[in-house]
Ligand binder design. Structure first.
Ligand SMILES: N[C@@H](CCC(=O)N[C@@H](CS)C(=O)NCC(=O)O)C(=O)O
Length: 244
């Protein structure tokens, strides 16, 4: 695995958000990356730098996260991971496995999008406080129907494989993303998660196993791992969780 390549990740500096799926892949692989917007402006970082790089790219990203490596600028989380997977040795070599990995990753992205829409059902341009009644309505169907439907789908996918890995027989970037997704949903919707957890034995084991991978455990305990917060993709608003 080559680590003399300079990988630059661009993402909002104060949230885990979608950038975290990419950070976890680098951290687990032990491959250095520069989290550019988390550097100060004097170090060549910051949000303004990120937005300028984004606008100037020949293949302009619509939104962060994006990756810059050599001449390439690559956006869309699942696309970034499909690019990085082979380089970080986090996906099997064969095409069916890679297509399956991408399929699962895109489904994780769909679920992340729906989780986001629970707190921003009307507009990303408005505050949560400006769309609270709609958010409650949206999250009711999310915690009762959509979250269980997605998570049971991932549980079946795991059970149909080797029971431990979503793709093939080794840890892939999809397993890392599934860890992130489950941890994030447990943070945002603790009651809904607690009700579902007994029905998700394989997923729960996967989450716990991934958390113990040495490089990942070191990262999760470090200051590089930002805490969840209510500016991010997965927010904990008790009124949007399952009621008792
Ligand atoms: N489908 C894209 C979504 C990217 C996205 O929505 N990024 C958010 C932050 S997590 C953003 O900065 N959005 C700005 C916007 O939509 O205007 C992906 O998976 O990367």
């Amino acid at each position: 695995m080559s680590s003399d390549v300079r990988y630059e990740l661009y993402y909002w500096p104060s949230i885990q958000g979608r950038g975290e799926f990419v950070r976890l892949a680098f951290e687990d692989a032990g491959v250095p990356y520069v989290d550019v917007a988390r550097l100060s402006e004097s170090e060549g970082g910051g949000v303004r730098t990120m937005l300028r790089v984004m606008k100037d790219a020949a293949h302009e990203p619509f939104a962060p996260p994006f990756l810059r490596v050599g001449e390439l600028t690559i956006a869309q989380t699942a696309n970034i991971l499909a690019f990085l997977g082979p380089k970080l040795e986090l996906v099997p070599d064969d095409e069916p496995s890679r297509v399956w990995a991408n399929q699962l990753q895109l489904t994780i992205a769909d679920l992340a999008g729906e989780a986001h829409d629970t707190h921003h059902p009307i507009s990303v341009g408005l505050y949560y406080e400006d769309q609270k009644p709609e958010a409650r309505k949206r999250s009711e169907s999310f915690v009762k129907e959509r979250m269980p439907k997605y998570l049971k789908y991932f549980e079946r996918a795991l059970a149909r494989g080797d029971g431990e890995h979503l793709v093939g027989r080794q840890t892939s970037y999809v397993d890392l993303s599934a860890f992130q997704l489950l941890t994030a949903l447990g943070y945002a919707f603790p009651k809904a998660w607690a009700r579902l957890e007994p029905e998700l034995p394989h997923l729960t084991r996967l989450r716990d196993r991934v958390a113990q991978r040495p490089r990942l455990a070191a990262y999760l305990g470090s200051a590089r791992r930002l805490p969840f917060n209510e500016d991010g993709l997965f927010r904990h608003y008790p009124e949007l969780d399952l009621s008792d």
